[in-house]
Design a protein around this ligand. Structure first.
Ligand SMILES: Cc1ncc(COP(=O)(O)O)c(C=O)c1O
Length: 359
């Protein structure tokens, strides 16, 4: 018998979500972010499904890019953190990968190398997030230094939003203004928008958009369902009820007796745990669906199992299908209840869960 827990990824949904992004920004080229194993969906499979339909794949590092190349994916990668060593720059230049440069040390190192071919560089501005990027006052000089050298054959200007899903946060305008004022005197293509900005702010689209979370069918805006934006959640995480027991009022369940019943309660044990990437410290009351009906978690999640209260679902039998999240329960909703971000829930999933693909 096989453990009944698995991930199902609908690649058709991912293609249709890409269409939503393209429709929102019809004049922009697309960097599809498939880093971190395509947000947990399987990088090679997702990239193959989008190969030729996007202009670049956004990846964190060379190892991720190599995995796609070895899988036969042809659309070139963009290394969003850039290269870390001389060897990586050599590979990247030889294979025609695009790469971010985000600080002066990286820029000088790149320019000091003898590389086989000129590289396409994405020059990153720190427009306020204070993570990666050149400060606005250093940006023009960094661009000039790169443009005057023969190491690169094209330069794209980019920055990244810190809180674009917070639609009323004035910091978004501040970042946009910094991006515009730091780049308007430069004759080069520009890129700023991630999913939330693609979906809500046309004024951020510029020449290239960089969708990630929305490709997988999720709205980054708190409280929104995928449908609100015409998206379809691509991932379903499924399991089954493994055991059922009724406990008396006053009894506790699971590790550390972390949850205690205040009335007689029926508990179902479901075969997904933190060893699969489901968070151990998820809040009590996080929703799951049992045969399509909502129930909620109680107590600490264990390595291989979680506990749910099914007192209101007396017909539930061992073997009942459980949707941890999926087309009927958005990962964003689970995220809101669990006190985590949907991005994190998706990317935590481990390789123990088999991934099945709907093509
Ligand atoms: C530089 C950069 N661009 C684009 C994205 C995609 O963002 P989202 O998944 O919110 O669309 C990310 C994601 O972390 C990123 O780091």
């Amino acid at each position: 018998m096989t453990r009944p827990s698995y991930i199902e990824v609908d690649l058709k949904a991912i293609r249709s979500n890409l269409d939503v992004a393209k429709k929102a920004a019809p004049n922009s080229k697309v960097v599809a972010c498939v880093k971190a194993n395509a947000y947990g969906h399987g990088a090679a499979e997702v990239a193959k499904a989008l190969d030729g339909k996007v202009d670049l794949f956004g990846l964190a590092c060379l190892e991720e890019a190599m995995e796609l190349r070895q899988s036969g994916v042809e659309t070139p990668p963009l290394l969003l953190e850039g290269c870390f060593t001389e060897e990586e720059w050599q590979w990247s230049s030889e294979l025609g990968f695009s790469s971010v440069i985000h600080n002066k040390y990286q820029l000088e190192f790149f320019l000091s190398l003898k590389l086989p071919k000129p590289t396409s560089i994405w020059l990153k501005l720190d427009s306020g997030m204070h993570r990666l990027g050149f400060a606005p006052e250093d940006y023009q000089a960094a661009y000039d230094r790169l443009a005057q050298d023969e190491h690169s054959n094209s330069i794209t200007l980019m920055s990244h939003f810190s809180c674009s899903e917070e639609l009323k946060n004035p910091f978004n305008d501040q970042q946009l203004n910094t991006f515009v004022s730091s780049t308007e005197a430069i004759d080069a293509k520009r890129s700023l928008a991630n999913s939330a900005a693609i979906l809500t702010r046309e004024d951020t689209h510029f020449d290239w958009i960089r969708p990630g979370y929305m490709l997988y069918g999720n709205s980054p805006m708190p409280g929104e369902t995928p449908k609100d934006r015409g998206l379809s959640q691509a991932m379903g995480l499924y399991s089954e009820v493994l055991a059922i027991r009724t406990i008396a009022a006053g009894e506790a369940v699971g590790y550390n007796q972390a949850w205690r019943a205040n009335k007689e309660t029926t508990i179902a044990v479901v075969a997904v745990g933190y060893g699969d990437g489901y968070p151990r410290n998820v809040k009590n009351g996080t929703p799951v669906l049992v045969e399509g009906k909502e129930a909620s978690t109680v107590g600490h999640v264990a390595m291989d199992m979680m506990l749910i209260d099914i007192s209101h679902l007396p017909k539930t039998r061992i073997g009942a299908k459980v949707e941890i999240w999926g087309p009927n329960l958005s990962v964003s909703r689970v995220a809101e209840h669990s006190g985590m971000s949907g991005y994190e829930l998706l990317t935590r999933l481990t390789t123990r869960l088999p991934r099945r693909y709907i093509t």
